[in-house]
Design a protein around this ligand. Structure first.
Ligand code: LCV
Length: 258
C-alpha cells in the first residue's frame, strides 16, 4: 500500500507522507520517500517539498517504535533506514523544503531539520524524544540538529523531550518562516518558485559546499559511525567466531569471508 503521494508540477516535486499510523517513519515509509527523491533527482526537478496531508494533527510521530531493536543492538547505526533517509535528503542535488503542519516527533524532527528550508504552520511543534524513549541518539543525528538549532535550544529540546512551539523555533532560527495554516501551501509554493528561477547548477554546488562545511570536523560523526558499522559487520560474522575458536583450539582458521 503506498504510504507516500508524489506530485510533479513543472520543476517542483512534492512528496506527501500518507501512512495511516501518524506517519511514523517505518522502513516502508522511508523506502518510499527515498524512491520519490530518486525519481525527482532523475527528472532534474529543481525543488522538492516534503509535507504531510493537509490538515493533519501529526506531521510525523517519528521513528516507527515497533522497529526499534530491543536486543541490545544500536537502533541508529549508519545503515539503518532513518540514517539513510537523512543522508539522502542532505545529498539530494536540489533544495528540499519541509512544509510542516501539526506535531513532529523524534527522528522526524531530525528529518525536517535536515531539509534545507522549513516553512511551518503557526500551530506546529517539534519534540525531540530520545530522552523520553531511552534511546541513545547517534552522533551524526545530533550534529544534524546542532547545525540548525543553537546549543541552548537543542539542549532544552533534547533534555525535556517536550514539544517546542513554532514561535520559539522561528525566534531561534530553526524555522525559516511561520505562517497561518491556511497560507502554508501558497507561501511554500511561492518560496519554491523563487528557487526555481535560480541556476540549478549553482544551487547544487552551494548545497553540497554548505553540507561539507557544516560537517567539517576533524572526524565527522558520520565517518565515525560508518567505521562502527563496518566493525559490526566483522564482529557479527562467522569468520569472527572462526578466528576465536581456531585460536582456542590451536588450529589454523578457515575464513570464508562471511
Ligand atoms: C509506532 C506509533 C508511533 C510511533 N511508532 O494518536 O528521537 S528518538 O530517539 O525518540 C527516535 C527513536 C524516535 O523517533 O522515536 C519515536 C519518537 N516518537 C514519539 O515519542 C511520539 C509517540 N507518539 C505519540 O506521542 C502520539 O502517538 C502522538 C502525539 C504522535 C499522536 O497522539 P494521538 O493521540 O493523536 P495515538 O497516540 O493514539 O497514536 C495513533 C496510533 O499510532 C501509534 C499509536 O501506538 C497508536 O496505535 P494504535 O492505534 O494501534 O493504538 N503510534 C504513535 N506514534 N512513533 N506507532
Amino acid at each position: 500500500m503506498a504510504v507516500v503521494i508524489t506530485e510533479v508540477n513543472g520543476s517542483i516535486g512534492t512528496i506527501t507522507l500518507d501512512r495511516p499510523k501518524v506517519n511514523a517513519l517505518s522502513s516502508e515509509l522511508i523506502e518510499e520517500i527515498i524512491a520519490a527523491l530518486t525519481m525527482m533527482k532523475e527528472q532534474n526537478l529543481r525543488v522538492v517539498i516534503l509535507r504531510a496531508k493537509k490538515g493533519v494533527k501529526v506531521f510525523s510521530a517519528g521513528h516507527e517504535i515497533s522497529e526499534l531493536p530491543t536486543n541490545g543492538r544500536d537502533p541508529l547505526t549508519y545503515n539503518d533506514p532513518l540514517r539513510h533517509l537523512v543522508r539522502t535528503v542532505q545529498l539530494h542535488p536540489c533544495p528540499v523544503i519541509a512544509m510542516i503542519e501539526g506535531t513532529v516527533w523524534g527522528g522526524a524532527c531530525e528529518l525536517v531539520m535536515s531539509c534545507d528550508l522549513i516553512v511551518a504552520a503557526d500551530d506546529s511543534t517539534l519534540a525531540i524524544t530520545p530522552a523520553k524513549l531511552g534511546v541513545p541518539y547517534n552522533l551524526s543525528g545530533i550534529l544534524n540538529m546542532m547545525k540548525v538549532a543553537d546549543m541552548p535550544v537543542i539542549k532544552e529540546m533534547l533534555f525535556t523531550a517536550r514539544p517546542i512551539s513554532a514561535r520559539r523555533l522561528m525566534e531561534s532560527g530553526v524555522f525559516n518562516h511561520v505562517v497561518p495554516r491556511e497560507h502554508l501551501e501558497g507561501f511554500t509554493h511561492e518560496l519554491a518558485m523563487q528557487i526555481v528561477e535560480t541556476s540549478p547548477l549553482v544551487l547544487r554546488i552551494l548545497k553540497e559546499e554548505l553540507r561539507v562545511l557544516a560537517s567539517a570536523h576533524p572526524i565527522t560523526p558520520e565517518a565515525y559511525e560508518r567505521i562502527q558499522s563496518l566493525r559490526r559487520e566483522v564482529y557479527d560474522s562467522e569468520d569472527y567466531q572462526e578466528g576465536i575458536h581456531a585460536f582456542i583450539e590451536k588450529r589454523r582458521p578457515e575464513f570464508h569471508g562471511r
